[in-house]
Design a binder for this molecule. Structure first.
Ligand code: AMP
Length: 453
């Protein structure tokens, strides 16, 4: 069976708005960076749950005509990102089902660590699965639960799953939002202008639809949305926060605030820390766009070395990471990034990127900059070496493909053909992140191999 099926995705839920599906649609546009492979929305009109989902970008999946069929005052949406493979439409979300209590749809961001075990038990008892998604387990657990009410069944179901989950459930009349006890993946609550509510993976969705941020859904908390009522809260699990630090490093959009802090500011702090601990003499600081931009700004500000756009990014090419084969990835890097020759010719440049995963991108970029006439290229990475895969929802390749798990920094530097290479260390990373929420904890397993679940 395939693993890691519910990776870096986005979820959104809208409750109490006449045009709920339209707001969900706009929100998904803001969250598109979290997944480009498939998109979907389910809406509830009190008597039915309607669902549209398909492969492709939000813009491709929805149009004015099909959005109109998603009737009702509540809607949930999803964008999906997963590794390549058989990306059948069945693996798009929301996952929809009819069961004894009526109709239900679920969207999920995260990755369940005991999915296979739960699934095998369900199959032994006669369950039939349509997809490879761990989220489908939840449908079965809810449908088979001996509890009477949906709320009780949701609690029953989430008590049987482990790992990372930010979930939104939709029934014909209610919406529920739930975060795992560690709060691995973000999920925020906001108020719509008309008094309704929104939950979303990132607050950049709130800004787009004119919603106001209220607070984060707490780790282990379940929120219940019912007509004409303020959201009710049940603390299902004792919260033990382990927020995913990679959200700050790479994944979230800079204009979002996740885990209560601005992503942009945090990334800039990382660049400043990096300039302090890994200085180097040079003429220019340039970012690898777009991921490296905020940390390169921080690096330039701290070091006093001028910041320039030395690399242009073609925004019409998708993330290079998505491609399955090495050859395709190489080609896509070339198509995506081009050097600004006049800016970098004859210059000693510091190139700032957020992370090195396989090393393909860095190697290509350095070669490209040298071919364009850079006299020295110093690579600076605003996170520690990525040595271990993520089991909680970020799409990282197996350990053997992670360059930093197989090579020392010196060896990587030689491999990517840089004049120097330096990373941010874990302590400095945590310092960059931890300005306002000292008691909160982060998951840094991708840099340390210390897994909690
Ligand atoms: P690589 O060529 O594998 O070393 O790719 C590194 C680049 O991919 C960096 O520029 C990162 O911004 C980006 N990146 C890091 N993690 C991910 C991820 N999980 N999904 C997509 N891109 C990523």
């Amino acid at each position: 069976m395939r693993e890691n099926m519910n990776e870096k995705c986005a979820v959104v839920g809208i409750f109490g708005h006449e045009e709920a599906s339209k707001l969900a649609y706009f929100s998904l546009h803001a969250l598109q960076h979290r997944g480009q492979e498939a998109a979907g929305i389910s809406s509830a009109d009190g008597t039915k749950v309607h669902t549209i989902k398909d492969r492709g970008l939000v813009m491709k999946v929805f149009n004015e005509t099909n959005l109109k069929t998603l009737k009702g005052n509540a809607a949930i949406g999803h964008t999906r990102y997963s590794t390549a493979g058989d990306d059948s439409i069945l693996d798009a979300q929301p996952v929809f089902a009819r069961y004894d209590l009526g109709e239900m749809a679920i969207v999920h961001n995260g990755n369940l660590t005991n999915a296979e075990e739960v699934r095998n038990k369900l199959i032994e008892k006669g369950a039939i699965f349509q997809t490879f998604m761990d989220t489908e387990n939840l449908i079965h657990l809810i449908a088979k639960s001996s509890k009477e009410k949906l709320l009780e069944r949701i609690i029953d179901a989430v008590e049987r799953i482990e790992g990372a989950f930010s979930l939104v459930f939709l029934s014909r009349t209610k919406m529920f939002a739930m975060r795992d006890r560690h709060g691995f993946r973000p999920l925020s609550l906001g108020r719509l202008e008309n008094g309704g509510y929104i939950v979303a993976s990132e607050t950049c969705a709130f800004d787009l639809v004119g919603a106001t941020y209220i607070r984060d859904v707490k780790p282990g908390e379940l929120l219940i949305f019912e007509e004409n009522k303020a959201p009710q809260s049940i603390q299902v699990f004792e919260p033990t926060p382990k927020h995913c630090i990679f959200e700050y490093v790479y994944f979230a959009r800079p204009d979002s605030s996740v885990f209560g802090q601005s992503v942009y500011e945090t990334r800039k702090n990382m660049g400043k820390e990096l300039a302090r601990i890994e200085p180097v003499e040079a003429d220019l600081v340039i970012p690898v766009p777009d991921g490296g931009v905020p940390s390169a700004i921080g690096y330039a500000q701290e070091s006093g070395i001028p910041y320039e756009m030395g690399i242009m990014r073609n925004h019409y090419i998708g993330r290079t990471f998505i491609e399955p084969t090495q050859e395709m990835r190489d080609l896509k890097v070339k198509m995506k990034l081009s050097p600004m020759t006049d800016i970098i010719k004859g210059k000693r440049v510091i190139v700032v990127d957020d992370s090195i995963v396989r090393g393909t991108t860095s190697k290509r970029i350095i070669r490209m900059l040298k071919e364009a006439g850079a006299s020295e290229v110093h690579m600076r990475i605003s996170s520690p070496p990525t040595t271990d895969p993520c089991y909680y929802g970020v799409d990282t390749p197996d350990k053997d493909k992670l360059i930093a798990s197989n090579m020392s920094t010196k060896e990587i530097c030689e491999f990517i053909e840089a004049d120097s290479l330096a990373y941010l260390d874990e302590e400095s990373l945590l310092r960059s992140v931890n300005s306002t929420m000292d008691e909160e904890k982060y998951c840094t397993a991708c840099f340390t191999g210390k897994y909690i679940v």
